[in-house]
Design a protein around this ligand. Structure first.
Ligand code: NAD
Ligand code: MG
Length: 403
């Protein structure tokens, strides 16, 4: 029996890392529709103690994780008051322990940023069924992450809608399938600033940048969608998930977000996956693969569609997208440097320290100034150290640009 299979007749025990976020909440929504299939074993949050406590009262997980003692004590107090038996653990190590716990068979990785990498690695090494929303973890972890998945015997299921689409287009037995693929096409909505004059973006505010036309998401990924750095991270993610060369990953703008991505085969046949833009679809598929269960998402009504359109990416408006291929061609670890710079830049933009257009400057300069030297035997600690150095380098550029 494969390690990711729940024994027949038993419910899958699920740990949701980042359960209070947009993906975490959608995951709980799908899980709640199928009490016969899933049981929540563990939840985690970074800051939203009250929301985590409410989730614990509703789903009664065995374990809840918070980042530090103060928040954990607050949660313990609130839970005790309401008679809950959920055990509250604290700290980053507790997250990795939850992700690799023997009782857990499915891990939803829904933390945002490189902070989620250690727990993802723990789940991969422990052979879990790993539902990956936390794309930054794979962008930073790269080959090391994929090796942990292979060596741990984990089942890695993409949750990013584009990567779930590609995954759904491929046959269940993917051995040897790669030789039939010419390339894949990731679709991008173009975010809130598609069609704008690039010069007009300097004064964009955080509120404008997070107002995505088609998806409701966390603040960081919403800014990434506005700069198209989200798509750059997804190009890197696709390279690793599907073992493709960087040139085999292409991007096209599709403003309606109905075609979630496509596989172009050598015979010119194109396989596409479609649906309404609702993250519960890829989440439900990850939870139930290879079966299909109700997700709660509305069905696509073809007669209501106003048309599906596709256009090329305007590189002047979205200069960050090209950094994906540039980083993939550079020494290993450069994608981790790019990710760290982007996390710093987005945070500084949201705090009002730099302009929207400075995000690209910080990313490009950090990649230019910090060339990683990673041994083939590089470990998780080496990557985390590189991530720290890249953040320091990015912070220097931020100081030079600060408003
Ligand atoms: P979010 O900001 O809404 O939620 C993030 C979650 O992670 C929260 O529960 C938060 O408490 C936790 N968290 C934040 N920082 C943490 C830290 N340092 N340590 C531990 N936990 C921490 O984000 P989201 O939109 O749900 O996105 C989560 C991940 O999924 C991201 O990597 C994002 O790129 C990816 N993703 C999201 C969507 C979407 O529709 N929201 C779609 C595709 C991929
Ligand atoms: Mg996506």
């Amino acid at each position: 029996m494969k390690t990711d299979q729940a024994p027949t007749g038993q419910r899958r025990r699920v740990a949701i890392l980042g359960s209070t976020g947009s993906i975490g909440v959608s995951t709980l929504d799908v899980v709640a529709r199928h009490p016969d299939r899933f049981e929540v074993f563990g939840l985690s949050s970074h800051q939203r103690v009250a929301e985590l406590v409410e989730q614990c009262l509703r789903f009664q997980p065995r374990v809840a994780v918070l980042p530090d003692r103060a928040r954990a004590q607050e949660a313990r107090h609130l839970l005790a008051e309401r008679g809950s038996r959920t055990e509250v653990l604290e700290g980053a190590r507790a997250l990795s322990q939850l992700a690799s716990a023997g009782e857990v068979d499915t891990v939803m990785a829904a933390i945002v940023g490189a902070a989620g990498l250690p727990a993802c690695m723990a789940a991969a090494s422990a052979g879990k069924r790993l539902l990956l929303a936390n794309k930054e973890a794979l962008v930073v972890g790269g080959a090391l992450f994929m090796r942990a998945v292979a060596e741990g015997g984990a089942t890695l299921l993409p949750i990013d809608s584009e990567h779930s689409a590609i995954f759904q287009c491929l046959p269940e037995d993917r051995s040897g399938w790669g030789r039939h693929i010419d390339h894949i096409v990731l679709t991008a909505s173009g975010g809130p600033f598609r069609g704008r004059d690039p010069e007009s973006l300097h004064g964009v505010t955080p509120a404008q940048a997070v107002a995505h036309p088609n998806w409701v998401m966390g603040r960081k990924i919403s800014v990434d969608s506005a700069t198209m750095m989200n798509k750059a991270l997804e190009v890197i993610e696709a390279r690793w998930l599907f073992d493709l060369s960087p040139a085999q990953v292409r991007v096209v703008i599709h403003p309606q977000s109905i075609v979630h991505s496509m596989v172009v085969c050598h015979d010119a046949s194109v396989l596409a996956q479609m649906g309404t833009p609702d993250m519960r679809v890829p989440i439900a598929y990850g939870l139930s693969f290879p079966e299909r269960i109700a997700s709660g998402a509305p069905r696509l009504d073809f007669l209501q569609l106003q048309g599906l359109t596709f256009e090329a990416v305007d590189e002047r408006l979205f200069p960050g997208l090209g950094l994906a291929w540039q980083a993939l061609a550079a020494p290993p670890g450069t994608t981790a440097v790019l990710n760290a710079a982007n996390e710093v830049a987005v945070e500084c933009f949201l705090q009002g320290t730099i302009r929207f257009t400075d995000i690209h400057t910080v990313n490009a300069r950090t990649v230019e100034r910090l060339t990683p030297v990673l041994a083939a035997s590089a470990t998780l600690d080496d990557l985390l150290e590189l991530d720290r150095r890249a953040r320091d380098e990015a912070a220097r550029t931020v100081r030079a640009l600060a408003l």
